[in-house]
Design a protein around this ligand. Structure first.
Ligand SMILES: *Cc1c(COP(=O)(O)O)cnc(C)c1O
Length: 488
């Protein structure tokens, strides 16, 4: 296995090192979304070695490569215990949160079809704050996502969920917690309502699944202890600290799990049995997840959760102390959203998008979330999202200074407006059918987006555009922007 790279290979890797220089730093706590830094170099090294050890395997066939089945049993077992499942809880390792959510929806749809319930397009009923992966699932699998409005604290009421359920409903989804606002949905009440209607209830714990089990007793029950919870997604590549490409989807009951699979003998090739969306796939994320769970054990996860908890508590306290900003609702878990505090005079308010832009200039990457109009017309505010990781604790003094300084720099500056940008666009793009690629590129260029520098240094105007433009137009332009990135 050990092999010294020759000169040409080393030159290739140097090129990669050069390319990597433009990336945001994945370690050290300066990026407060996307990356989950345990702060333990040992864990990263272990994951890397484990991934390398299975680099040549194909997880398509665990009968040819039984180590894959072995590791998957261990990881599913670990997750099942962590989420208080009995022996009837089974599951799989998927490639990520989105795939876990997609498969939860596909499972519910197929079980509903098998039960012969055909009353029009099936629906997923979920709070507004449910992850976009469920919108994607609805789109891919021919369902409709009913987004139930949440309150100003980001929490949905169980009654509102109940009202949205009808004979088209195939699945009810709640989050533990939600990504946008870290709101804990009322899992117990919603699961009971779902059960009363004979419906499955999925808990999306993609972000909370590997950290809430050690968060403490004030978290209301949300896992398999709650009757009526039929499946849970929990991402190992978030607070499981695994490299990207690993999530767990657990089902209560083997019959439910069977509906997740796709199997066919209806072609002249090998019999196909796929628990997940892909065919041939890497075993590397599974092996890395397996190695990390073996190494950390529940105690290791508990210690890392405690670091996240202390850092989150400090951050909430700190941000509440910055004039013009407020933390949305009561975040549960190591993430939070920050909005303008509208209880102070306009000249003392801080716009979260400007704030994030200033923080970026100071070397910290925060994630902007555009405001969102719910189906009842109420508007959820523009916010800045912060994901806290164990390493955040060690950079808290620096981060605290930055957050306060960034607020000072933009206090009293009103939100960016998209009026000029939108006014500069030809009127027919608003009424028109879908834009062709050339027109979309031209619009991007007119807006100062796309091309060699896809995004301007300030994101506040881009967020303003997303908030003000018709949704289909904004989505089309974003597609053009990202498609442009990989156009040779
Ligand atoms: C991250 C996340 C997802 C999607 O997961 P990916 O791994 O990014 O595909 C789904 N739901 C929630 C609550 C999440 O935080």
């Amino acid at each position: 296995m050990n092999h010294e790279l020759d000169e040409r290979s080393r030159a290739v890797l140097e090129k990669l090192t050069d390319l990597r220089r433009s990336d945001a730093p994945t370690h050290g706590g300066h990026v407060l979304s996307y990356v989950y830094d345990s702060g333990l170099a040992e864990l990263d090294a272990l994951a890397r070695e484990a991934a390398a050890a299975v680099q040549s395997l194909n997880a398509l066939d665990p009968t040819t490569f039984p180590s894959i089945a072995s590791m998957e049993r261990d990881v599913v077992g670990f997750a099942r215990t962590m989420l208080h499942g009995d022996d009837d809880v089974v599951g799989s390792v998927t490639s990520g949160g989105t795939e876990s959510c997609l498969l939860a929806v596909k499972t519910a749809r197929d079980l509903r079809n098998a039960a012969g319930r055909h009353a029009g397009t099936p629906t997923i009923v979920a709070p507004s704050t449910v992850h976009a992966a469920f919108g994607k699932a609805a789109h891919y699998f021919g369902l409709e996502l009913v987004r139930v409005p949440v309150g100003p604290d980001g929490v949905v009421s169980a009654d509102a969920i109940a009202d949205a359920i009808d004979d088209r409903t195939a699945l009810v989804v709640v989050s533990a917690p939600s990504y946008p606002f870290a709101a804990m949905d009322p899992v117990t009440d919603v699961a009971r309502i779902a059960t009363d209607h004979g419906l499955p209830c999925h808990v999306d714990a993609c972000i909370g699944g590997w950290v809430l089990p050690w968060w403490g007793h004030e978290v209301a029950p949300w896992d398999f202890r709650v009757p009526g919870v039929t499946s849970i997604s929990a991402d190992a590549h978030k607070y499981g600290y695994a490299p990207k490409g690993a999530s767990i989807l657990l089902h209560r009951g083997r019959d439910r799990q069977a509906a997740q699979f796709f199997a066919t003998t209806d072609w002249p090739g090998y019999p196909v049995v796929n628990p997940t969306m892909l065919g041939s796939r890497s075993a590397a994320p599974l092996a890395a997840t397996w190695a990390i769970t073996q190494r950390l054990g529940p105690d290791g996860f508990a210690r890392l959760a405690e670091r996240c908890r202390r850092a989150t508590g400090s951050l909430v306290h700190l941000i509440e102390g910055i004039e013009g900003l407020r933390v949305v609702g009561r975040p549960t878990g190591p993430l939070l959203a920050v909005a303008t505090d509208e209880s102070v005079a306009a000249d003392r308010r801080v716009d979260p998008h400007h704030w994030a832009d200033e923080a970026r200039d100071l070397g910290w990457v925060l994630q902007p979330q555009p405001s969102y109009v719910q189906s009842n017309g109420s508007r959820l505010p523009s916010t800045t999202h912060l994901t806290v990781t164990p390493v955040t604790e060690s950079v808290l003094p620096d981060l605290a200074g930055t957050l306060a300084e960034a607020a000072d720099l933009v206090r009293g500056v009103g939100p960016a407006s998209a009026a000029d940008a939108l006014g500069s666009l030809p009127a027919d793009v608003f009424a028109g059918p879908t834009l062709d690629a050339a027109t979309a590129d031209a619009l991007l260029a007119a807006l100062g987006l796309g091309g060699d520098a896809p995004l301007p240094p300030r994101l506040a105007p881009v967020m303003a555009l997303i908030e003000a433009a018709p949704r289909t137009l904004a989505e089309r332009l974003l597609v053009a922007l990202f498609a442009g990135l990989s156009t040779p």
